[in-house]
Write a protein that binds this ligand. Structure first.
Ligand code: S3P
Length: 174
C-alpha cells in the first residue's frame, strides 16, 4: 500500500507537511477540503451555511472513498473526517495513517488569528473552551493512527523525514 493519510486537528499543519512529504516521496498530494471546495465551487464556510454540517460530512466521506484506489499519494484530511462514518477504519485499512499531534496551546494560538477562516466555520462558531473539548474528544480517535508524531518544535521538513522513516518500516509488513 503506497498511500499516506495525514490526520489531526485544525491548524496542525496537515496541508503544509503533506505538500513537503509528497514532494520528498515524488508522490501526488491531495487535500480533501480543496477537492470538496473545487467540486462544489464554494468555500467550506459556504457549504456549511447553505447545506449544513451533515451534508459536508457526507461529501468528505464520498471524496475519501474516491481516493481509496489511488497509490503513491499523500492525502490530507479535514480535522473532523476521522470521527465520522467508518472513515478512520477505512484509512487504517488502506494506507499508512499518521496523526500530527500538536499541543493545545499551539493550536489555539494558530486558530485564534482567524487563520483560513473561510475553511474553518467551526472556529468561528465555537469558544476556545469548546474547541479544546472537541480536540480532546477527537484525540481518542486520532490516537488509533499507525503513527503519532509530536510536531510542536520540528520543521515541516523534519516531520516529513520522520514520517518517511516510519512509513518504510510499516511498509515491510503491509
Ligand atoms: C473541520 C476542519 C477543516 C474543514 C472543516 C471542518 C473540522 O479542515 O474540514 O472546516 O471539523 O475540524 P482542517 O482540519 O484542514 O482545518
Amino acid at each position: 500500500m503506497e498511500k499516506i493519510y495525514l490526520i489531526g486537528f485544525m491548524g496542525s499543519g496537515k496541508t503544509t507537511i503533506g505538500r513537503v512529504l509528497a514532494e520528498k516521496l515524488g508522490w501526488q498530494f491531495v487535500d480533501i477540503d480543496d477537492v470538496i471546495e473545487k467540486r462544489k465551487g464554494m468555500s467550506i464556510n459556504e457549504i456549511f451555511n447553505n447545506f449544513g454540517e451533515e451534508y459536508f460530512r457526507e461529501l468528505e466521506n464520498e471524496v475519501l472513498l474516491n481516493f481509496i484506489p489511488f497509490q503513491k499519494v499523500v492525502i490530507s484530511v479535514g480535522g473532523g473526517l476521522p470521527v465520522y462514518f467508518n472513515n478512520m477504519e477505512l484509512m487504517l485499512e488502506t494506507g499508512f495513517t499518521v496523526y500530527l499531534d500538536v499541543s493545545e496551546n499551539v493550536l489555539l494560538n494558530r486558530l485564534k488569528n482567524n487563520w483560513e477562516s473561510e475553511k474553518r466555520p467551526l472556529v468561528n462558531r465555537n469558544s476556545e473552551e469548546s474547541l479544546i473539548n472537541l480536540l480532546r474528544d477527537r484525540k481518542k480517535v486520532y490516537e488509533k493512527a499507525h503513527e503519532i508524531i509530536k510536531c510542536n518544535s520540528q520543521t515541516p521538513s523534519q516531520i516529513a523525514d520522520q514520517i518517511i522513516k516510519s512509513f518504510l518500516v510499516w511498509k515491510k509488513y503491509h
